[in-house]
Design a protein around this ligand. Structure first.
Ligand SMILES: [Zn+2]
Length: 467
């Protein structure tokens, strides 16, 4: 037997094995998802109150651009399904979110873990039922209109989910992080000093998480992208999505066959500065769109078609409410109207013997798409959480906030100790009885780690035990 025969066989075998490992078409099946995208216009037809500022004193006057709810559905090779909803809204209260999720279970058999309800936090959208009523001077007629819009909105989002589930096609997903730097830490910089400041104080997270959805022929048809920054460029009386609205418009103009979906990050203490003009909202929108375009144009690896979803609620506890004397003092002080109103309500509740809540069920959600981890948190979460979670899970993760239930600000221990708006005063805006307890950050981060471990999300051990 010629020894060269065996060598030839080995070479052929090595070639064949390398072909199996490296040649994509053989494994292409594992990267094929089903995905769909849909949208519905949610611009109110009625003249409603605009959400987000206590200083507005009348209803809407017109529309700068339309408001949208958009849906992206993804299904992996095993049939595991997830639906991301993004909307040009300040934030969904628990009541609306629960109604939507209950209906989705009944109609589409979707669990809470499979639906992410994300709001952009635009401050130029409508006030919704049971949200922040303490800050707006609403008449009963206004409240009626808000309630009927909210009922309609619930129905529109439920129908939108039904629609997207009917329209899914074979797709490939890609993810990566871009960067843009217009967010400014609003607690640690003075907006009036910015023109002379050469150094801006952090902390910040400038990441622009991007999820691309392409047909199997490579055509891009949906992009979900995020940024951590308050949509508070505008404070006028016109409906708009603020800078995220302009960003989605710019991307959809750039890629006419693509739907762009924006999700808010942990931007509770980040503002777009300077602000207060339509041209600035457009500028930031375009800056963000260009950052997304860069990621789209750069090569990235496709995501393995494996989806794992997880959801849990962790109790966050309130500190003791202020005593009667303190509440009486606040209720007589006319300098900040919403604080006065809050104190009066608290005194009334105490007088009527109503028991005040001592804890809140805080929603934590994780999606794992192949190796891409997405963490979705409720409330207005400060940037420290994105930084902490990236230290634990790595810089490639996406961190969303304003998801599923926007019940208040979620300060880190640092921000809680410092106090100020995000640490203390905003609790009154949300009609909460007191500040959060000191263990809030630890409870949330621990819950995320626990859920991630249950779902098999990899956590580098060195990171887990790091200080
Ligand atoms: Zn806010």
């Amino acid at each position: 037997m010629n020894p060269y025969d065996n060598r030839a066989k080995v070479v052929v075998l090595i070639f064949f094995i390398s072909f199996i490992i490296w040649n994509e078409p053989i494994f292409a099946q594992t990267n094929v998802w089903q995905a769909g995208v849909a949208r519905v216009e949610i611009t109110p037809k009625d003249s409603l109150w605009l959400a987000g500022y206590a200083s507005r004193d009348h209803v809407v006057e017109g529309t700068l651009h339309k408001l949208w709810a958009k849906a992206l559905a993804i299904k992996d090779g095993n049939g595991e399904l997830g639906v991301l909803i993004t909307a040009d809204l300040l934030g969904l209260p628990k009541s609306i979110s629960d109604n939507i999720r209950t209906q989705c279970k009944k109609k589409y058999n979707l669990e809470k873990s499979q639906i992410i309800l994300s709001s952009s936090h635009t401050h130029s959208g409508p006030v919704l039922s049971e949200s922040l009523f303490v800050v707006y001077p609403l008449t009963s007629e206004q409240i009626e209109k808000i309630d009927s819009y909210s009922v309609q909105l619930e129905k529109q989002i439920i129908d939108l989910i039904g629609q997207v589930l009917e329209n899914m096609l074979p797709s490939q997903l890609y993810s990566n992080n871009g960067v843009v730097r217009f967010q400014v830490n609003r607690r640690n910089n003075d907006a009036s000093e910015l023109t002379v400041q050469t150094h801006l104080n952090g902390p910040n997270d400038y990441a622009v998480p991007v999820l691309e959805v392409r047909k199997t022929n490579g055509d891009l048809f949906a992009t979900a992208f995020g940024y951590a920054c308050h949509p508070t460029v505008l404070d006028s009386y016109q409906w708009s999505g603020d800078y995220p609205g302009f960003s989605q418009l710019a991307l959809e103009e750039l890629y006419p066959d693509m739907t762009a979906l924006f999700f808010q990050g942990c931007g509770a203490d980040q503002n777009p500065l300077p602000r207060h003009s339509v041209s600035l909202a457009k500028q930031y929108g375009q800056e963000l769109a260009i950052a997304v375009e860069r990621v789209i144009e750069d090569e990235s690896e496709s995501i393995q078609s494996v989806l794992v979803t997880g959801y849990s609620e962790v109790s966050l506890y309130f500190a003791s409410p202020p005593d009667k004397e303190t509440l009486e003092r606040i209720s007589e002080d006319t300098t900040v109207v919403y604080q006065q109103k809050w104190a009066k309500q608290m005194l009334r509740k105490m007088k009527e013997g109503q028991s005040l809540p001592t804890s809140y069920p805080y929603p934590v959600q994780i999606w794992k798409l192949g190796n891409q981890t997405i963490i979705a948190l409720g409330g207005e979460v400060v940037i420290d959480y994105a930084i902490a979670l990236k230290r634990i899970f790595g810089n490639d993760i996406f961190v969303m906030s304003y998801c599923n239930d926007v019940m208040g600000y979620i300060p880190s221990l640092r921000v809680l100790r410092e106090g100020g708006y995000e640490g203390a005063e905003a609790q009154m805006v949300y009609d909460l009885p007191a500040t959060w307890q000191a263990d809030t950050e630890v409870r949330i981060i621990s819950e995320v780690i626990k859920l991630a471990q249950e779902m098999g999300v990899e956590i580098p051990k060195s990171k887990l035990f790091q200080k």
